[in-house]
Design a protein around this ligand. Structure first.
Ligand code: ADP
Ligand code: MG
Length: 579
């Protein structure tokens, strides 16, 4: 059965179009707040009920709307911000599509009240289900109030997809705080279910807003990017986390381009990569980063919700961002005030310098902290001190087939055998000249069949593989023929050695050339290192400890995890009540 082709009724067409702009309550808040900002508001007050589903109201003290034009404001493609297509190249406003108010009116009950500067009174207009009532004069303070009620009352399908009210509230919270960060000179207030959840003071001090978003402690310690002065057409400012604070995901890396909050996975990666080796694997930085550039360098008209942008030169933006963050990190004093960064960020050494402290070291050097509490409150990662070599150790034994126990002049060392061996192999491979890695030829060439995903991951790395000592070439389909493997992998089956190169290769990794080799080597060493569960004889224990003593960064594995825990004699004495 066919329905035949028909033109959609204007109501349905506008509901469909509205769906692209208004996805959920937070999108309504976003559009209304952007309108207030475009109208030069100094105060913006946002109120919601039931996570914005029942009611959203945004009041501002901005320019207001001319009484003769208020009806136009809710018409689709009616805007005061854009006259010609070319104007997009010089766009300085957040809005320009002229469809937000019309879209909202198509899927909710909308009331718009506005009094323009120098007008004796205001005007009010209501719209519902796409029908606009004639505006009426009304007394009102200067500025605009938009009230949106019963969102999606006429679009049951969309209503079903809304998350819980708590989730919607959280979205709105984080959205408004992003705008408060981007416009610290505007006083934002947000009240949800009658409770004030955000109250800025609009005094222009961004660090104060940071506290509301990331917490007071983090905000005080975040690193100011303006310390890194980078010349060029792309200007980067804002704040990022110090290396001893981190998050378990990338969600708190907030990016703004020309005052617009955007989501951009590539730029987020640029920030994450600036912390490469400075954070433990699986930990991510956070921050609020503001990028400014000439409007004609980017296209904001990619999506109706304007949450994405395209750059004329994406790589220039990527590298400006990464350089700014790197340099600011480099210039920032570490937790203890020690400037360890110069060494940390030296190219080629990036893998080897960063170090989560082990408790003993901190206790040794921070006598101010009471011993018992200090062990519990030590941050997860910190660059201080970790690059220190370790003293000569005496192997005492192995426990749990996973840890070595050793004695040093300054106390007891517990060593993670796998992490330690990874470090040893890693430094051994990196000591070899670049491109001169020692290979071990296979007795006869071996053909290895990989999955398509593995094959494509490997394909992109063939040059690098050759550099570190593999001799491998495509052999049709997802098969590869191997003639040699790096010597450190000699104990592995050739197939496992090759798999080590593609395992854990994150799809979104686009490391800088200098880092790609280090990452590959780290992956390979992880596979080649002894595992937990392998019993090591006394000679093997001693050999591993001797090799670790030779390392320049013995205290962490190449992925940044600690290789050892040090319990100083002092601590032992205190714990046993001898002091
Ligand atoms: P856009 O922001 O893309 O122009 P909107 O539908 O969001 O489209 O708004 C339409 C027009 O209504 C704007 O161009 C502006 O002239 C006016 N307007 C909307 N909200 C406000 C406000 N808070 N203060 C002043 N003018 C507003
Ligand atoms: Mg708008």
């Amino acid at each position: 059965m066919t329905m035949g082709i028909r033109v959609l009724s204007p109501e349905i067409a506008s509901q469909i179009a509205a769906g692209e702009v208004v996805e959920r309550p937070a999108s309504v808040v976003k559009e209304l707040v952007e309108n207030s900002l475009d109208a030069h508001a100094r105060n913006i007050f946002i109120e919601t009920e039931d996570g914005g589903c029942r009611k959203i109201s945004v009041a501002d003290d901005g320019d207001g709307i001319d009484p003769a034009e208020i009806g136009l404001a809710v018409e689709r493609h009616a805007t005061s911000k854009l006259a010609a297509l070319g104007d997009l190249d010089s766009l300085r406003t957040l809005g320009f599509r002229g469809e937000a108010l019309a879209s909202i009116a198509a899927v909710a009950r909308l009331t718009l009240t506005s009094r323009a500067r120098a007008q004796p009174h205001g005007m009010r207009l209501t719209a519902e289900d796409g029908r606009v009532e004639a505006p009426t004069p009304i007394g009102a303070p200067q500025g605009t109030v938009v009230t949106v009620e019963d969102l999606f009352f006429n679009v049951p399908a969309r209503r079903k997809f809304l998350k819980t009210q708590t989730a919607e509230r959280r979205q709105i919270d984080s959205l408004v705080s992003r705008y408060a960060l981007a416009y610290p000179e505007v006083r934002f207030r947000l009240s949800q279910e009658g409770r004030e959840t955000l109250a800025g003071n609009g005094n222009g001090n961004r660090r104060e807003v940071l506290a509301a978003v990331f917490g007071l402690d983090a905000a005080e310690r975040m690193i100011d990017l303006s310390a890194a002065l980078i010349e060029g057409p792309v200007h980067v400012s804002g704040y990022v986390s110090p290396v001893d604070l981190s998050r378990s995901n990338r969600k708190d890396i907030l990016l703004f381009i020309n005052g617009r909050s955007i989501a951009d996975p590539a730029l987020t990666t640029a920030v994450v990569q600036a912390y490469h080796t400075l954070l433990m694997v699986g930990r991510f930085p956070f921050g609020a980063i503001f990028v400014e550039m000439a409007p004609d360098e980017l296209d904001v008209n990619v999506h109706p919700a304007k949450a994405e942008v395209r750059f004329r030169e994406p790589s220039a933006v990527f590298s400006a961002l990464q350089r700014a963050v790197r340099q600011a990190l480099k210039a920032s004093p570490t937790v203890s005030g020690v400037r360890a960064w110069e060494e940390i960020a030296r190219p080629g050494q990036t893998m080897s310098r960063i170090l989560p402290p082990e408790p003993g070291w901190m206790l040794d050097h921070e006598p101010g902290i009471p011993a018992q509490d200090a062990a519990a409150s030590i941050p997860q990662t910190s660059p201080i001190g970790g690059a220190e070599r370790i003293p000569l150790l005496r192997a005492v034994g192995q426990i749990g087939a996973a840890y070595l126990v050793a004695e040093g002049p300054d106390g007891l060392y517990l060593i993670d055998q796998h992490a330690a061996h990874e470090r040893v192999l890693f430094e051994a491979m990196r000591r070899e000249q670049p491109g001169m890695h020692i290979s071990q030829r296979l007795l006869s060439p071996e053909v290895v069949e990989l999955s398509t995903a593995q094959a494509s991951a490997l394909e992109g790395q063939l040059d690098l593989l050759a550099q570190i000592g593999f001799d491998v070439e495509p052999f049709g389909g997802s098969a590869f023929r191997m003639r040699a493997i790096p010597q450190v992998l000699g104990a592995l089956k050739p197939e496992d050695a090759l798999l080590a190169a593609v395992e854990d290769f994150e799809e979104d990794e686009t490391p800088l050339a200098a880092e790609a080799e280090a990452r590959l080597i780290a992956r390979v060493c992880k596979r080649a290192a002894v595992k937990a569960g392998q019993t090591l004889g006394p000679e093997e224990q001693t050999a591993l400890i001797r090799a670790l003593e030779q390392c320049s960064s013995p205290r962490t594995c190449p992925h940044g995890r600690p290789t050892m825990i040090h319990l100083p004699m002092d601590l032992l004495a205190r714990r046993f009540g001898r002091k």
